[in-house]
Design a protein around this ligand. Structure first.
Ligand code: PEP
Ligand code: MN
Length: 372
């Protein structure tokens, strides 16, 4: 046989081995699919890391070489991972939260209001501090047409010596204030142990930036029965944010809104750097409503309207901002919360280029703003 002929024959062998490997890999997925069906019947988790370890251990023991053990382990881990992805639809292209071709935006009810339709405002204090504070704020905001009332009850503070929130009492006050004003209530949940209680009390559960990859919390929120507002971690990529949303979606809850709240960069003039391209990209990449929290992005009061305009121009379906009756005595984020007159100025600065917001945010002629 000529040298050329030998090469062709060897390549033929490789082609044959490749198609055998491919056939075997596909067969393996089919068997794994059957195993998954059996496990479902038995109520067992699909992915079993112990079984994976045991399989790889056995393969290493009978490996005749020349493949080194590390490569064998790597190859079979990859095979297991892609099999689970195939079966669970967790491949990046098939993420439940990814926008499929031609798929319309997702719109869902949060308490009495819709999210995902026209631009809305989610507003309220950083923390719920007292009955008077939250009722005053709710009445004021509602008089300006705001439909979503925010306020933290369990605060994820950088320092343990800072105000940690009113906890359960804050939750009750927020829910009552929102209810009185016909608003939807939104509050952060920081602990898997609180999920049921918070879901019982408010209309939407927020995952804070610091908890975006708290996977046990995300899984729990999959079964909480209420919409979730998922904030982008301060150092999270958009893929990481979408995968965090996927944790919630794959555990049974499709009602998720994403929130860009600024990322950490070297710039010190702002608390974080608001990432406008994240808003535009998330609108392309998913059908989920995308919100922009301009308060936590800026960490200051003077550039909120331009940031909000930028976010809305990039396609955001809502803006979050912090409002407090007396920001100077606020127990958290005092430097960035707007007082009521500043909120009115914000609305005015926002309204001009955004006719669509008119229907949602319009000061009704007269409504008393008295406190309780
Ligand atoms: C908040 O919205 O109350 C908050 C703490 O924001 P973040 O998690 O984005 O820092
Ligand atoms: Mn805050």
């Amino acid at each position: 046989m000529s040298k050329q002929g030998a090469l062709v024959a060897l390549r033929g062998q490789i082609d044959e081995l490749n198609s055998k490997l491919l056939e075997l890999l596909n067969q393996r997925i089919e068997v794994a699919r059957q195993i998954r069906a059996e496990k479902r019947l038995l109520g067992q988790a699909v992915y079993d890391p112990e079984r994976e370890l045991q399989m790889i251990g056995e393969l290493l023991e009978c490996n005749p070489g020349p493949l080194p053990p590390a490569i064998v382990a790597h190859l079979f881990r990859e095979i297991t991972r892609t099999t689970v992805e195939q079966l669970e639809g967790a491949d990046q292209r098939t993420l439940r939260v990814a926008r499929k071709c031609g798929e319309p935006d997702r719109i869902f009810k949060v308490g009495p209001h819709l999210l995902g339709e026209g631009p809305v405002l989610v507003s309220g204090p950083c923390s719920v501090e007292s009955e008077e504070q939250i009722f005053k704020t709710a009445r004021f905001l509602r008089s300006r047409g705001v439909r979503f009332l925010r306020g933290g009850s369990w605060k994820a503070r950088t320092s343990p010596y800072e105000f940690q929130g009113l906890g359960r009492r804050g939750l009750t006050l927020l829910a009552a204030a929102a209810h009185e004003s016909g608003m939807a209530s939104v509050t952060e949940v920081v602990d898997t142990r609180h999920v049921a209680e918070v879901a019982q009390a408010v209309d939407m559960l927020q995952v804070g930036a610091r908890n975006m990859q708290n996977f046990e919390l995300l899984k729990e929120l999959g079964g909480c029965g209420k919409p979730v507002l998922l904030k982008r971690g301060m150092s999270a990529t958009l893929d990481e944010l979408l995968n965090a949303a996927e944790y919630i979606a794959s555990h049974g809850n499709q009602e998720i809104a994403l929130c860009e709240r600024g990322i950490r960069t070297y710039e010190r003039q702002t608390r974080n750097t608001f990432d406008t391209s994240a808003v535009a990209l998330l609108r392309q990449m998913t059908t989920l409503p995308v919100l922009a929290d301009v308060s936590h992005a800026a960490g200051r009061k003077d550039i909120l309207a331009p940031l909000a305009r930028a976010a809305l121009a990039a396609g955001a379906q809502g803006v979050m901002l912090e409002v407090h009756p007396q920001p100077e005595i606020a127990r958290s984020d005092a430097q960035q919360q707007l007082d009521f007159p500043a909120f009115d100025a914000f609305l005015e600065a926002l309204e001009a280029p955004l006719a669509t917001l008119d229907a949602h945010v319009k000061p009704p002629a007269a409504m008393a703003l008295v406190g309780r």
